[in-house]
Design a protein around this ligand. Structure first.
Ligand SMILES: *Cc1c(COP(=O)(O)O)cnc(C)c1O
Length: 406
C-alpha cells in the first residue's frame, strides 16, 4: 500500500476504506522498510521528552497528530480519525468521542452560545432531543423543532436569528428523508451552520459535506464498528468549523481508548461489503413485508411511499439495514406476540452490528412539531448479515402470531 505520495488523490471510496489512515509512521519503524498492515494499539498517558527544552517545544506547538499527552490521542486514534476525514470530501478533520451522543453533544456545544436559537428536526434521535431539553435550555439556548418534510425555515427566521440547523436524515425511527441540499443552501445563504446526524447512511452512501453540511456526526457504535462491541462517535467538519469542534472536544476532555479506536478501524475496513449485504437483505425483507396481510406500511427510504423517497433517490447512493414497519391495527400485546417469538432477531437497543434486531418503537412520544399517526403499532428492524430467507420465514411466523393475537 502506498501513502500520500503514492497516489492517495482520487482513490474511490471502497479503496479509501481499505487504505486510509495507514501512514507509514503509524505502521512501521523509522529506518526499516515496509510495515504491518494495521496501525497497532498505542497505549499511553505520559509521553516522555528528552529534556526540558524538548518539553517546552512540544507544549508550544500544535498537538495535532503528534505525541504530547495521552488525552490528545496516539496514532491508533489518529489513524481512524484520518480515515473518517478522507471518507468525507471537503472535511478538514475528525474528532472521536466515547459515544454517538457525546459526539452530538460536543458538536452542538461547539456551535452554540447563550441566547442562540437552534432549529432541531422533529424526527431526531430521542437522546438528541434530551440534550436540547436538559442541557441547552439551562445554558439559555432555545430549541425550535421543525417538520422534517416541511421545514419552513423562513417562518422560523421571522421570529429572530437562527444560529444552527440540526438534521437527521433519514430519521432513525420514522425514516423521513430530508431535502438536505435545499436546507444547507438556505442555511449558507443566511449564515446559519448545519449539523447532521449521518449514522444511517454513513459517508459511504451519503458524503454529507459534499451536500452542503458543515458538521457531520456519526454514531460509530453502529456501522463503523459494525460488531456490537464498541461505543464510539465522531464529528467531521469543514475548515470553518473543525478548529472549534477540536477546541470544544479538548475542553471537555473527550477522547477514545486506543483499543476501541483499533476495533473501530478494523470495522471500517469491511464497511463496504457489510453495508452492501445489509442493504440487499433489508430491501428483500422490506419488499416482502409490504405484501403481507397485517402490515399497514413499510417505512424504508428506498421504497417509493417512504416520506422523502425522492430526496433519497436523488442524494444517496445506497440504503442500509434499518427500517420500520407499521402493523395494521393490533395492540401492544399483539406486537409483543410478533416480536417475542422471533428466532433470528435479537430484542435490544442500538443497531449496525452483523446481527438482526427487532424493536417495538412508539414515535408519537418523541415529537413536538408534528403529530405521528399510524394504523397500528410500529416495529423497527435492523437486518443483519444472515440469509434473508431465514429472516422472512421468521417474520412470516411472527405475523401469523400477530394476526392470531389481534
Ligand atoms: C445510536 C444512535 C446515536 C447515538 O449513538 P451512541 O453511540 O449509542 O451514543 C445517535 N444517532 C442515531 C441516529 C443513532 O441511531
Amino acid at each position: 500500500m502506498k501513502d500520500e505520495a503514492g497516489g492517495r488523490e482520487g482513490r474511490k471510496p471502497l479503496t479509501q476504506l481499505v487504505q486510509a489512515g495507514r501512514k507509514p509512521e503509524w505502521t512501521g519503524m523509522p529506518g526499516q522498510p515496509g510495515g504491518i498492515v494495521n496501525p497497532p494499539v498505542w497505549r499511553a498517558s505520559t509521553i516522555l521528552y528528552d529534556d526540558v527544552a524538548h518539553l517546552r517545544r512540544a507544549a508550544a506547538s500544535s498537538t495535532h497528530e503528534r505525541l504530547f499527552y495521552g488525552r490528545k490521542g496516539t496514532p491508533t486514534a489518529w489513524s481512524l480519525a484520518d480515515a473518517l476525514t478522507e471518507m468525507e470530501p471537503g472535511a478538514e478533520g475528525t474528532m472521536l468521542f466515547p459515544s454517538g451522543v457525546a459526539a452530538i453533544a460536543c458538536a452542538l456545544m461547539a456551535v452554540l452560545k447563550p441566547g442562540d436559537r437552534l432549529l432541531m428536526v422533529d424526527s431526531a434521535y430521542d437522546p438528541t432531543r434530551g440534550f436540547c431539553t436538559q442541557m441547552l435550555k439551562s445554558f439559555g439556548i432555545e430549541t425550535i423543532y421543525y417538520d422534517p418534510m416541511a421545514p419552513d425555515l423562513v417562518a422560523h427566521l421571522a421570529d429572530g436569528p437562527i444560529r444552527a440547523i440540526f438534521l437527521e436524515s433519514p430519521g432513525s425511527l420514522t425514516f423521513e428523508v430530508q431535502d438536505i441540499p435545499a436546507i444547507t443552501a438556505w442555511a449558507r445563504a443566511h449564515g446559519v451552520v448545519t449539523l447532521m446526524d449521518n449514522t444511517w447512511a454513513t459517508p459511504l452512501y451519503f458524503p454529507a459535506l459534499t451536500r452542503g453540511v458543515d458538521i457531520a456526526i456519526l454514531a460509530c457504535t453502529k456501522y463503523i464498528v459494525g460488531h456490537s462491541d464498541v461505543m464510539m462517535g465522531s464529528v467531521t467538519a469543514t475548515g470553518d468549523w473543525f478548529g472549534k469542534v477540536r477546541q470544544t472536544a479538548y475542553a471537555f476532555g473527550q477522547m477514545v481508548s486506543p483499543d476501541d479506536a483499533w476495533l473501530a478501524a478494523r470495522g471500517l475496513r469491511t464497511l463496504g461489503v457489510r453495508l452492501a449485504q445489509h442493504r440487499d437483505g433489508a430491501l428483500a425483507v422490506a419488499q416482502w413485508l409490504k405484501t403481507q396481510p397485517g402490515v399497514a406500511r413499510v417505512l424504508h427510504p428506498a421504497l417509493p411511499d417512504c416520506p422523502g423517497h425522492d430526496h433519497w433517490a436523488r442524494d444517496f447512493s445506497g440504503s442500509t439495514g434499518l427500517f420500520t414497519f407499521i402493523l395494521d391495527g393490533g395492540d401492544e400485546a399483539a406486537r409483543a406476540a410478533l416480536i417475542d417469538g422471533l428466532a433470528h432477531f435479537g430484542i435490544g437497543y442500538s443497531w449496525g452490528g452483523f446481527e438482526s434486531l427487532a424493536l417495538p418503537v412508539d414515535p408519537a412520544r418523541y415529537r413536538s412539531a408534528t403529530r405521528w399517526q399510524a394504523a397500528g403499532p410500529a416495529v423497527r428492524l435492523h437486518i443483519g448479515l444472515e440469509d434473508p430467507a431465514d429472516l422472512i420465514a421468521d417474520l412470516d411466523a411472527g405475523l401469523a402470531r400477530f394476526r392470531a393475537a389481534s
